[in-house]
Design a protein around this ligand. Structure first.
Ligand code: CMP
Length: 139
């Protein structure tokens, strides 16, 4: 069984999409192994997105991600990293196919409702930015 982390971003929380998004993952068959509402510090947001440091959108991205609470969730299921990426759709909401979370709820390349890890290595890194080991449940 594989685990991944998703983060419902401040726009998703503000717009009341938390229940709808969690419901999609539960109906798909993923198990929720951890769940937390948290306002990220600048340091956490910068660590979370360290691979984008230096890019033109980095500062705006950190401002956006710290603009309000997010909901972070660890999901477990077969092929979780890829399966969740398929469910959320490509980065730019205006180009994401209908039926994906971004395709259904976003028209923006930045305010795209949700983040999901893109590899197993990134899952470990991103989980460590947000969760303590004792906040993750096995069964
Ligand atoms: P995410 O999948 O969380 O990974 C990096 C985030 O940076 C991305 O979603 C968007 O929120 C944001 N992002 C990526 N590319 C751009 C861009 N070209 N302009 C603005 N924001 C971007």
């Amino acid at each position: 069984m594989e685990r991944t982390i998703v983060i419902i971003k401040p726009d998703g929380v503000r717009r009341g999409l938390v229940g709808e998004i969690l419901s999609r993952f539960e109906k798909k068959g993923f198990k929720i192994r951890a769940l937390k509402m948290i306002r990220l510090s600048r340091e956490q947001a910068e660590k979370l997105y360290d691979i984008h440091f230096g890019k033109s959108f980095f500062n705006d991205l950190v401002n956006y991600m710290t603009s309000g609470p997010v909901v972070a969730v660890i999901l477990e299921g077969d092929n979780a990293v890829n399966a969740v990426r398929l469910m959320i759709g490509p980065t730019d909401g205006s180009k994401a196919p209908p039926g994906t979370i971004r395709g259904d709820y976003s028209l923006s390349i930045r305010e795209n409702v949700i983040h999901a890890s893109d590899s197993i290595d990134r899952v470990e890194h991103e989980v460590s930015v947000i969760f303590k080991p004792e906040e993750i449940y096995d069964d």
